[in-house]
Write a protein that binds this ligand. Structure first.
Ligand SMILES: [Zn+2]
Length: 186
């Protein structure tokens, strides 16, 4: 099931021509690909005054003589990280700062404008949890002992060599991962 799209216009076009795109949508529950209907916009509140359109819901419809299973799926723009307050841009800033040897709390501040050290460590924990997925995505063996990126922090010592390949200058590894794997970055 295709889950990430270049921008909201692509999502809109896709969701309004689902019959044409049956090869890209298959319900993982009932395995049907011809019962989907567009089912509302997903917004993300960027500020008190601005909510951005970041995705749409697709409904495997069991209404109006359709024979789907009633499950709902979300599709997103490529720089939206589902179930995450921020987006791919903030993760890029955070990881680029870590790669530049900035302290984790300062890296979090650069990314979000907030001083919340507990959240900074929470991000690091989530990234560590997905490390083996990032490594298999890169399809290269990253030897942490031969890397010139060193850190006193144990989890950073494991993450940084992989991130230095995933996030190169001007290349948001978070977006690349989501587009190529069709899975959330974390
Ligand atoms: Zn279904």
């Amino acid at each position: 099931m295709k889950r990430f799209f270049k921008d909201y216009d692509s999502i809109n076009q896709f969701s309004l021509s689902l019959e044409y795109h049956q090869d890209k949508v298959q319900c993982v529950h009932c395995l049907k690909n011809d019962q989907f209907v567009s089912h509302g916009i997903i917004y993300k509140q960027r500020s008190s005054a601005f909510a951005e359109k970041v995705g749409k819901r697709l409904f495997c419809s069991n209404r109006s003589r359709r024979k789907g299973c009633g499950r709902t799926y979300q599709i997103y723009i490529e720089n939206e990280v589902p179930s995450f307050r921020y987006g791919a841009f903030q993760l890029f800033v955070f990881i680029a700062a870590l790669l530049a040897n900035v302290h984790i709390c300062e890296a979090y501040y650069q990314a979000t404008g907030q001083f919340e050290s507990r959240n900074a460590w929470r991000w690091l924990k989530k990234l560590n949890f997905k490390l083996s997925d990032y490594r298999s995505f890169l399809k290269v063996r990253v030897d942490i002992h031969s890397s010139r990126l060193t850190s006193r922090c144990n989890s950073l010592r494991h993450l940084l060599p992989t991130f230095s390949r995933l996030f190169t200058p001007g290349n948001n590894g978070c977006v690349n991962y989501q587009v190529s794997q069709q899975q959330p970055f974390f």
